[in-house]
Design a protein around this ligand. Structure first.
Ligand code: HAM
Length: 413
């Protein structure tokens, strides 16, 4: 867990702004749900046997005996809110987006933190694969706008409750035949959550999964068509996608489409997926609501920031064009008022009003890259005037305090 400030925060703001612009266009409403929820929400929603719930969720018992958890993701929280606030009765789709902290007790390493931030988009109520494609479109374009140039989308379908049980059976019998060569985790997964074995990063398991049965070959007609239409949308958009038959994602609620987006560079692969998502047609019912399809995505903000910082995709903050310097008590008082008048006129002005020495203030102006310095000395303060000095040439002009803002605006044009 770490503090976020200075240039890192500049990137955070930039990312949130981009999300907000896209959300407005596509009519997603922002929602802020509590950071603490009943642990049961994630045990049921994310899945009791997932790594996230089993190993990574921070949970606690309150003095009153409640079993709570710091949210390890937001999708179950969004579905809880959807049910709790009667959104089920509203015209569909219900489109919600969020930006906030998430907690997972992971081994800290590149791109993995214990408190990190996600932004995400969830669309509830429509089963059509155009929703899956539009969520990929939205995420891909936000990332592109943030400066990512080597994006790759990995896609797969993991079927639904019709076809997945048949696939599971054939996967389990294949894995059983190799069980002595599997890692200990996968031997355990074989009993509880065999699909997750396809996701294992251990080298020996990777070799085994190469010849494992593929869910794509076991999809029922409905899932097959859904996936086909989804891919046709991606083709139409000319998006760079790869079919990864082993992509299963680490959360239990997915049905049909799953996807992840990577920046396909050395640093990008080191960070891991920038975004992950998919369809979850059974989750609302599982959490006590009406049978409602859903689809969504979440993006790891720190992972984006790390790559943006390295590639310096964000320009340095523009230099402050104008800087106010003052000398003497009266000038300091008038300077404070003048600064506020600049703020009201929406003209940015730098200052070091806590300082008394003119030399030191001029140094600050220089460091800030100021083109003009407004000097309010004792004499000027008495006469309600101010000196405008051009830093580069040293040329000076004296103007009345009342005119200084319009004069600065004119010079900035
Ligand atoms: P997820 O794949 O677990 O999906 O997380 C989404 C993104 O969060 C990842 O692609 C990654 O960028 C970021 N992330 C995950 N763990 C960490 C970590 N420890 N440190 C930094 N970043 C991390 C979900 O959370 C689902 N709720 C996504 C979703 C929404 N599916 C449907 N709707």
């Amino acid at each position: 867990m770490h503090d976020i400030f200075e240039d890192e925060l500049v990137y955070f703001r930039k990312i949130k702004k981009a999300c907000s612009r896209f959300a407005d266009f596509y009519r997603y409403q922002e929602i802020r749900t509590p950071i603490l929820e009943q642990a049961e929400l994630f045990e049921k929603g994310t899945g009791q046997t997932t790594d996230i719930v089993e190993k990574e969720m921070y949970s606690l018992r309150t003095k009153g005996g409640d079993h709570l958890a710091l949210r390890p993701e937001l999708t179950p929280s969004i579905v809880r809110a959807y049910i709790e606030h009667g959104l089920q009765a509203m015209p569909k789709p219900i489109k919600l987006w969020y930006f906030g902290p998430v907690f997972r007790h992971e081994k800290p390493q590149a791109g993995r933190y214990r408190q990190f931030h996600q932004f995400g988009f969830e669309s509830l109520g429509v089963a059509d694969s155009v929703v899956d494609a539009s969520i990929v479109l939205l995420t891909f374009n936000i990332l592109k706008e943030l400066g990512f140039k080597h994006l790759v989308i990995e896609v797969n379908s993991i079927g639904d409750k019709q076809c997945r049980p048949y696939f599971k059976k054939s996967l389990v019998s294949y894995l059983r035949s190799k069980s002595s060569s599997l890692c200990a985790d996968c031997r355990r997964r074989l009993k509880q959550n065999p699909l997750r074995a396809l996701d294992c990063k251990e080298e020996k398991c990777q070799r085994i999964k190469k010849s494992a049965p593929q869910i794509i070959d076991h999809l029922c007609k409905e899932c097959h068509n859904h996936f086909k239409f989804f891919l046709e949308f991606l083709d139409e958009l000319d998006f760079p996608y790869i079919l990864n038959a082993h992509l299963v994602r680490g959360l239990d609620y997915y049905t049909k489409t799953v996807f992840e987006i990577y920046e396909d560079t050395k640093e990008g692969r080191e960070q891991g997926a920038l975004a992950g998502g998919g369809r979850y047609d059974d989750l609302v019912k599982l959490l006590g609501g009406k049978d409602t399809p859903g689809c969504g995505v979440a993006c790891g903000v720190e992972r984006l920031v790390n790559l943006m910082r390295r590639g310096k995709k964000e320009k340095e903050a523009p230099p402050t064009a104008v800087f106010l310097a003052q000398v003497g008590d009266l000038a300091k008082r008038k300077g404070l008022v003048l600064l506020d008048n600049f703020r009201k006129s929406k003209v940015p002005v730098g200052e070091a009003i806590h300082k008394d020495s003119l030399t030191s203030q001029l140094k600050s102006a220089d460091r800030a890259g100021a083109k003009y310095v407004l000097i309010l000395g004792q004499k000027e303060a008495l006469e309600d005037k101010v000196i405008i000095r051009e830093m580069k040439t040293g040329k000076q002009k004296i103007v009345g305090l009342k005119r200084v803002i319009s004069e600065v605006k004119r010079k900035a044009r």
